[in-house]
Write a protein that binds this ligand. Structure first.
Ligand code: GSH
Length: 198
C-alpha cells in the first residue's frame, strides 16, 4: 500500500497518525507529493489531486481522510480508531471535529495563500465564528474527551495544530480545559513525529 501525502496537510497527518497507532508502518509506504501542481505525480493516480490518497494493495485509489482511515482500521480491527454505529458520541465528535478542521483550513488558506486584497472578510468572519462555536462546545464537553487515539481526537488535535499557522485564532486562554487535553494528547509519539513545523 502507498500513502500519498504532503507534510503540510493536516488531513494527511490524521492518516499518518492512524498508521502509527494501528501499527501499520511496515505495510504502508509513504510518498510525499505536491498538490495544486499540474505536474504532480499524484495526478497519475488520483484525478482529484488531493492528499491524503491511499493506493491499496488490491488496486483501489482511496481519497477522503475518513474513508482511508476506516480502510486502514479494518486491517487492524483490534484497535478502534474509527467509530461505528455502536458509538454515537464518537460519531458525533467525528463530524464536529471534521467541520472544525475544514473551517480552520479554509481560514488558514485565505490568510496564507491570498494577497491582502484578495482575502475575503466574509469568509474569514464565517470561519472564525464557526471555529469559536465549535471550541465553545468542545470546552463544555471537555471532560468527555479522553486520551485514546480515536479519529475524532486525532482530527481535533490536527485542527488545533494549525495554531502554528493561524496565530490569530488565540484559543488557549479562553478554552483552558481543551488546552490541557490537547497538550497531553499531543505528547503521543504519533502526534510528535507528525507535528507540523510551519
Ligand atoms: N475532505 C478531504 C480534504 C483533503 C484536502 O483538502 N487536502 C488538501 C491538502 S490539506 C489538498 O489536497 N488540496 C489540494 C487541492 O485543493 O487541489 C479529506 O478529508 O481528505
Amino acid at each position: 500500500m502507498k500513502l500519498f501525502y504532503t507534510s503540510k496537510s493536516q488531513y494527511a497527518r490524521i492518516v499518518r497518525v492512524a498508521i502509527i497507532e494501528l501499527n501499520l508502518t511496515e505495510q504502508v509506504e509513504l510518498q510525499e507529493v505536491t498538490v495544486r501542481d499540474r505536474n504532480s505525480e499524484l495526478l497519475n493516480y488520483n484525478p482529484a489531486g488531493k492528499v491524503p490518497t491511499l493506493a491499496t494493495d488490491d488496486g483501489f485509489i482511496l481519497s477522503e481522510t475518513r474513508i482511508i482511515t476506516a480502510y486502514l482500521n479494518h486491517l487492524n480491527p483490534e484497535i478502534k480508531i474509527v467509530a461505528d454505529y455502536s458509538d454515537g458520541f464518537s460519531q458525533q465528535l467525528e463530524g464536529i471535529t471534521t467541520a472544525f478542521l475544514d473551517g480552520i483550513s479554509t481560514w488558514t488558506r485565505e490568510r496564507r495563500f491570498r494577497t491582502e486584497t484578495e482575502q475575503s472578510p466574509t469568509i474569514i468572519e464565517l470561519e472564525e465564528s464557526r471555529a469559536l462555536r465549535i471550541l465553545n462546545y468542545l470546552e463544555k464537553i471537555a471532560d468527555k474527551l479522553d486520551q485514546t487515539p480515536k479519529l475524532a481526537h486525532i482530527t481535533l488535535a490536527s485542527g488545533l495544530g494549525l495554531e502554528i499557522r493561524l496565530p490569530e485564532l488565540e484559543w488557549r486562554q479562553s478554552y483552558p480545559k481543551l488546552a490541557q487535553w490537547y497538550d497531553e494528547f499531543s505528547q503521543r509519539p504519533s502526534l510528535q513525529v507528525t507535528k507540523p513545523e510551519s
